[in-house]
Design a protein around this ligand. Sequence first.
Ligand code: ATP
Ligand code: MG
Ligand code: MG
Ligand code: MG
Length: 469
Amino acid sequence: KKLSGQEIRRMYKQFFAERGHLVFPSASLVPHNDPTLLWINAGMAPLKPYFDGREIPERPRIVSSQKCIRTNDIENVGHTARHQTFFEMLGNFSFGDYFKQEAIPWAWEFLTQHLELDPARLSVTIHHSDDEAYAIWHDVVGLPDERIIRGDEDNFWEIGEGPCGPCSEIFYDRGAEFGCGKADCQAGCDCDRFLEIWNLVFTQYNREPDGSYTPLPKKNIDTGMGLERIASVLQDVPNNFETDLFKPLIDAAANISGQVYGQDAANDVHFKIIADHVRTVVFAIGDGALPGNEGRGYIIRRLLRRAVRSGRKLGVDRPFLNELVSVVSDIMGQDYPEVREKLDFIRKVVRTEEERFHETLADGETLLAEWLDRLAANGETTLAGRDAFKLYDTFGFPIDLTEEIAAERGFLVDRDAFAKELEQQRTRARQARQTVDGMNAQRTALETLTVGSRFVGYDELSAQAHVVA
Ligand code: ATP
Ligand code: MG
Ligand code: MG
Ligand code: MG
């Protein structure tokens, strides 16, 4: 069934509204009253007070399509078919109300009867201890044993103490041509063949301070389905970026650059980075964040700079991201009127930021190229930490940008020495300014939330107090 992103979003809400759920609007990407998070990164994040009992929801069943930002996936963007830094998470939630017996069959019904996915292509993972979930998948839904795969920590959701529990993830087999070809490739493999579309979390335990698990008197359901992923399946396109939620952005970037999408793998990565990062920045600014040197502001700045650089890789040497802002608004404005209402403001902020970066970027890249030429001439393979720091400090190059450019020519960057330089600068900077509260907590939360994260760490980012902007 070919459905637009908007149709899927609406069908999902309607399906669960018909089953007693209150339709919640997406919360702002900027967390409200939550010092542990930099950005809302899951549908349940703004609903935390309902999960831990601090507040009582109007109804014990909620459905939403939540705007999410995950900076830990930044390195994946353009390289996997399924990761963005901004995505929408469709979610249904139960607060001490229904549990697995309802959540699992409903998920199945929605996927196979409403979205009309081929049941033969679906498989699931469960936690190895979760015989209850196994029985529902096997006996109620009728899934054969070989398509119910028992996993371990990937199928257990917890952050330190508090409510936690097993989860069951649903995968769609995109076909062998998407696979890594390994003999043990199945649901849960990190390649793009078995696409994780939906995570059902069964919050049934409380993790106690002594590390033991006690059953919760009121069990919760917390699910999350990536809208762009399910759209890629339904629209039969090979990755999230070719869905109607993204494609107009790629087309616009193709027009501006004169390059053609789909002809060169390296260029395609840049198209995807541009489309992704622009969307993230538009929504972040739409929710009140602004480019800056710290925290959320630095994330926006970093995303814009990466997108600028991808633009340059496609041959665009002038500010152009601001021209894509209205495209985001065209795609998303109906269900997210905030981006439409703030269009002019967002465009202006993006343009100013782009212009400032262009001024320093060209100078930094020229310098780096000279350094790499010299290293090559001397038969060396590693750029000194001091040089990387100079690019960072004087030209606003994030370390990953320097590493990317160096890697393209086969060079390494001495990250440890860079970190030392940074540490020294931090010490100096600390004396000159106040540290914002809760930064360590945010970093810890980000790190624990993500398995195998390559996010460079919040401390490193927040340390950039006097990056030249
Ligand atoms: P993956 O293993 O593919 O990185 P995940 O296990 O980290 O995904 P969850 O935390 O379970 O993802 O989030 C629930 C759902 O949200 C996922 O099943 C997926 O559909 C979607 N999702 C998660 N991260 C992203 C992302 N970076 N971009 C797009 N969709 C995402
Ligand atoms: Mg996963
Ligand atoms: Mg998951
Ligand atoms: Mg992930």
